[in-house]
Each structure stands twice: as C-alpha cells, then as structure tokens.
Design a protein around this ligand. Structure first.
Ligand code: WT7
Length: 655
C-alpha cells in the first residue's frame, strides 16, 4: 500500500516569520547574503566545502589524502586522516588559545531529586582519562564494543567519551528498554563490557537498571564485565568477578591517557533503531565525518557562541542526545545542560525552573513535549521569566503549526527564532533546517537542506515530483555524518536505503516541496494511509484536529474498511476542562473536513486521556492501529512508557 506513492498534501500554512535583523547581525552565519554564499560554495564543489569546514572546525592528527571515496552505497570521508573525538571535545579546550576553558562548565547536570553537579572541561577531561584507563584495565581494546545502559548522569557522558578516547565502539541502549531488547542488542554487537548504574530516578521512582541488566545478561556470553555506577544507592546484586563498582575502579585509575590516533573511518558507535521489519537495526557511525557534521551543524544551526548555555532535553540514549547533547556541543567548547528526570517532577514547570536557574540560552526539544506543555497550561510557564532564551529548536516529528506558534509566543516570547530540524538516526546529524537569522520560517516546515546537503522528492519512478506534490524524500549525495552501514548486515543496509533508487539514499519519509522550495515532511511513509484511493498523511489530519481549540493532542491511524479501504480513526486528548461528547465528536469531524477537505474527515473519533508513547515521546501508532482495528493482541510493547494507557484505550472502545 505504501509503495505507489502520490501522497496528497492538503495542509497549507501561510504565516511567515522573517529573520530578525538584530539576530542576523550577530549570527554565526550573519544573514541572508552570507547564507547564499555558503550555499553557493557548497553547490559549486560540495567536497571542497566540507573539506574547508573540516579544517576550520575539527583538529586532526594527520590530514586526509582524499575528501571522499564514494562507491555507492559505501562512503569513506576524509580518507587517511586521523583524529580523536574525545580530543576534539576535551583536550583542545585545555590547550593553546582556548586553554582558559579548562575551568568553564562543560556539563551542568541536575538530577531529578534536585542534586546538582557541574563538570568543567578540565574535570571532564580528567574523569574521561581515568575511565578510559578503567576500560583498558577491564580488557577493552580498540574496536571492542561496549554496551551502555544508564540514566542521564554525568558518568554517561564520561563513559561515551572514554570509549572514543581509546577507540572502543559504544552502543548506548536507552534506559527504557526491556531485558529482552537489551539482550538482542548486546548479542548483535557482541559487547565485551556493559556499563550501567544501580538505578536512575524518574518521576520520583527508582528505575532498577542493574536488575534489568542482570536479567538481560542471562544468555549474553560475550560480556566479560559489568561496570556499575552508584546512583540511587538501593541494594543490588554484584556478581563476583563479573561486576565492578565504577567508584572503586576510578579511585585507583591514572588520569593520564593520551587519545588514540584513530582513522577517520574508525567505528565510533552503534545505535539501534527500529525498522519496518521489527528486528532492530544497528546503525553504524564512524569518527571523522560524524565529528565534522555534528560540530558544524551545531555551530551554525544553534548559532553556538562561547557564552551560550545550551540545553537539549533529549535522552542520550537516542541519537539526538549523542549528537547534540554531547559530541556536537562539547566539540564547540559550549556548556551543555543535562537533566536526569521527568518534566513533571515534582511539578509540571520543572523545565522552566531549570531554564531560569541556569540561564539557558538555547533550548532544543520535541514537538510532543511542546504539546504536553500546552496541555498543562500556560500559567506554569508564566511563573518563570525565561528571559535568557534566545533560540529554540525542535526535532523528532513534524511540528504542527499550533504547537509551533505556542513555542514561538509562550516560550520564546516572540523573540527567539525557531529551528525545526529534520534528521534521523541514520543521518548522524541534522540535514534539513533553517539557519537562524538567515532563513524565513513558516510553522510546520523544516525549510531547506543545510548547505552541503542535497535533498529531493521523487516519485515511484525516481523522477522529481512537482511543486506541492508528495513523494519520497531522498538525499542525493553522500554527506559526512551518514551511516556507514547496519552493523553486521551489509545486505539489509543496501536493501533498506539504497535499492529503490540507485546511489540515492531513501529516508523512508514522505514529503512535499512548496513553491519556495521549502520541504514539508509528511511523516514516515508507513504512516501514510490510503483512503478511498487517495493517499493522506496521518500527520496532516492530526494537525487539523489539534488546531481545534478544545483539542490538545491527536493521533490518527487507519482501520481497514470494506468500502473505503481505510477508515480514518482519530484518537483525541482534550484540553483540560472539556468533556467528551457526541456533539464534540461531530464538531471535530466537521472541523477536519473544513480544514483539509471531506476526504480527510475522520470516520471515528475516540477520546482518550493520553496517547501511548515511547519514552522518547513517539506516539506508538502501531498499537493504536491494533486498537482501532479491534485486534486483541497489540504486539511488542516493551518501549511503551505507560502500560495503563492501553487498558484505558480499550475501555474507551467499549464505552
Ligand atoms: C524520523 C527519524 C533525529 C532525531 C530524532 C528522531 C521524523 C525527525 C523531524 C522533523 C518532521 C521529523 C522523521 C524521521 N523526524 N525530525 N523536524 N520534522 N519529522 O530520530 O528515531 O531516527 O527518527 O523522525 O520521520 O525519518 P529517529
């Protein structure tokens, strides 16, 4: 059903937000003319352009012999060069003209219970060197895989950077995954060491990470040792010979550990992401290109300045946390804020308290979080000044215009540019985005490819589609941060991303381009429904539902329907103080028909207190599809954040 695409795009957003000249003057890419020059440079010779940026923004031990070796679908960037990411994130801020950064905050951390720690670049360097020596002592060598299953604590950053220091490959497994999922990932990567913690805090509760690891490691024979950070202090089992306390090991470790001089194509990390088949794919990233991509995009897109305090609210267990909590930010020598817990603990204004406490200047979060804040109500935001904020970013899914406008007005006080950044685990870094101060934005569009990135929208036959026609979003030339493969599965790598169009990367997203060339992402192609012969994006219908004043969040799925092929089912959460009713059901159906057209009118509206989400905030449409279709079993629910939602959704069905 998803393989003959001609997605009909029906939303039209007309509000435009011009760059503020005052912001533009001070921006790292200072305004439209500078932006056009950058684009021109990239379009003239993209390899030379990336090479220039690589020289200017990254330190290398040995220069490259060739910028790019491209034998589709296999790319090597900065061939022959040697570098080290922990060197770029740490050592270079302690030497030469930047030596003063030694005592600048690298990580400002806040635990959920309210405890705080600040690690300067000097502190972080010392901890990373010690940890690297601990890893060596436990038998970890260059190229070995280290699985990391940790809460959002500074030791997580230390562990990642320690791996990169010695050329070990980290595989971070998000703290919400179950024992079975961990076992699959540990076995797939044949990890030698696991780094974990006794537990972590979330909504006032302890998440028992070590217990889960113990269960996961039954049947994971590659693991020789488990290194355990003491975070919560509850009693856990320590297996003799296998398990080691972090603090014991660190006490005696030397803080002298020169960075390994690694090949630009040396593997950096594996990060598992779900594919259409259900078996997680180990996305493999390497050293040099990834570092260039994350460093440069962070600098230009977040307009990073020496004095910024930057906060990305993503968990490091997701790619956003890898690239834009740690690597791309620290390599620029900028302070990164890290928060351990939930946004509503102890109260729903925890984030705004953090912004004010540390004077956060740049905030990067997800549309689902933004909609949640809208639902909780503006008064919680208004209690705080937020005067320090100067730039806002979003990532993870298309942002519906209502949420964009709320972000702009209520959070940004109309003063902060918004960068809507499109990318994927596979892309390593941001690919489609406005540059603040340069690109006019419009709610719901990620606007234009970053200079040096070449994107297009193709039809089934591989021809570029016309203006405002939906099609497959593709990337037509290699880019430095691109995945180098699926770990241990060349065949799947080729098939999944490179088999539909020759030499062109298939993103799996549907999109359209407007008359200004702006990209509008329409969600995963798998989320596209065929309704009575017309293809519709679930996201566009959701956006229409959410634009109704009584609706705070909506998820739309298709249900098999005899006559139409697919019937549209909308799961809707109401703004506080509104009651579900039949009249409101009709109103909402009509509202969508009015916003988009009768073709998109939902056949069914179901009210629900909340939607099933992963802990990264993605709505689990797969589960909703099962519920909408009245199927009893709802498949794999290991990443679901709150199980009780499923029962409630089923109840709603009976009511
Ligand atoms: C998918 C990738 C990349 C970090 C988090 C997600 C969707 C991501 C946007 C955006 C519209 C977006 C796409 C993409 N997505 N950012 N700004 N606008 N859609 O990483 O889990 O690999 O998911 O998230 O569908 O393909 P991921």
């Amino acid at each position: 059903m998803t393989h003959q695409i001609a997605i009909e795009s029906v939303l039209r957003e007309k509000r435009l937000f011009e760059p503020d000249p005052a912001f533009a003057r001070r921006a790292n890419v200072p305004g439209q003319a500078a932006y056009r020059r950058l684009r021109k440079e990239a379009e003239t010779d993209y390899q030379r352009y990336w090479a220039r940026l690589a020289k200017e923004h990254v330190d290398w031990f040995t220069p490259w012999k060739k910028v790019l070796d491209w034998k589709p679908p296999f790319a090597k960037w900065f061939v022959g060069a040697k570098t080290n990411i922990s060197y770029n994130c740490l050592d270079r801020h302690l030497e030469g003209p930047n030596a003063w950064r030694r005592n600048k905050a690298a990580i400002i951390w806040e635990g959920e219970p309210g405890d705080q720690r600040v690690l300067t670049f000097g502190d972080l360097h010392r901890e990373v060197c010690k940890c690297a020596n601990v890893l060596k002592g436990l038998g970890v060598k260059k190229g070995d895989r280290v699985a990391i299953y940790m809460p959002m604590v500074p030791e997580l950053a230390v562990a990642m950077l320690a791996c990169t220091r010695i050329g070990a490959v980290h595989s971070i497994i998000f703290g919400g995954f179950s024992a079975d999922s961990i076992r699959d990932r540990v076995n797939d990567a044949k990890a030698k060491l696991v780094i974990t913690a006794d537990g972590g805090w979330r909504r006032g509760q302890i998440i028992p990470l070590k217990d889960t690891i113990d269960e996961a490691l039954q049947g994971a024979d590659s693991v020789k040792h488990v290194l355990v950070v003491q975070r919560t202090g509850q009693s856990i089992l320590m297996k003799n010979g296998r398990d080691q306390w972090w603090h014991d090991q660190m006490k005696t470790a030397s803080s002298d550990c020169p960075p390994a001089k690694l090949d630009a194509e040396h593997p950096l990390f594996i990060l598992y992401t779900s594919g259409t088949t259900g078996k997680p794919k180990g996305i493999l990233h390497t050293t040099g290109g990834y570092l260039v991509h994350t460093t440069v995009t962070a600098k230009y897109i977040f307009d990073l300045k020496e004095e910024d305090t930057y906060w990305c609210t993503a968990d490091i267990g997701w790619v956003t946390g890898h690239s834009y909590v740690i690597y791309g930010i620290l390599s620029n020598g900028v302070t990164s804020v890290m928060y351990e817990g939930a946004p509503n603990h102890p109260d729903v204004d925890r984030f705004w308290e953090i912004v004010d406490k540390y004077n956060v200047t740049i905030l990067y979060t997800a549309p689902t979080a933004i909609r949640t804040f809208m639902k909780w109500g503006d008064k919680h935001v208004r209690k705080h000044s937020l005067a320090s904020l100067r730039l806002l970013g979003t990532v993870g899914e298309p942002i519906n215009p209502e949420a964009w406008i709320w972000y702009h007005r209520t959070l940004g006080k109309k003063r902060c540019p918004i960068v809507d950044t499109w990318w994927q685990t596979e892309t390593g870094g941001i690919l489609i985005t406005p540059l603040p101060g340069c690109v006019t934005t419009t709610p719901g569009s990620a606007t234009l490819p970053f200079p040096g990135i070449f994107a297009d929208i193709l039809d089934e036959q591989g021809k570029p589609v016309g203006t405002n026609q939906g099609g497959y979003l593709v990337i037509t030339r290699p880019w430095p941060g691109m995945l180098r493969g699926i770990y241990g599965d060349r065949k799947r790598y080729k098939e999944q991303y490179w088999s539909k169009y020759k030499g062109i990367y298939l993103t799996g997203d549907g999109a359209r381009k407007d008359k200004n060339g702006y990209f509008w992402i329409m969600g995963r192609v798998d989320d596209v429904m065929n309704v009575a012969g017309h293809r519709l994006s679930t996201m566009e219908i959701e956006s229409a539902l959410v634009s109704h004043p009584e609706v705070v969040e909506a998820a739309v799925v298709g249900r098999p329907d005899e006559i139409k092929g697919t019937a549209i089912v909308g799961f809707v959460t109401l703004e506080q103080g509104n009651e579900p009713s039949d009249a409101l059901r009709q109103t909402l159906r009509q509202h969508v028909a009015k916003e988009i057209g009768a073709i998109a009118r939902p056949d069914e509206i179901r009210f629900t207190e909340s939607l099933p989400k992963t802990r990264s905030g993605k709505i689990m449409r797969r589960l909703l599809r099962d519920i909408a279709a009245g199927r009893g079993s709802v498949g794999d629910t290991t990443t679901l954040e709150d199980y009780s939602i499923l029962a409630k959704l089923r109840e709603a069905e009976e009511a």
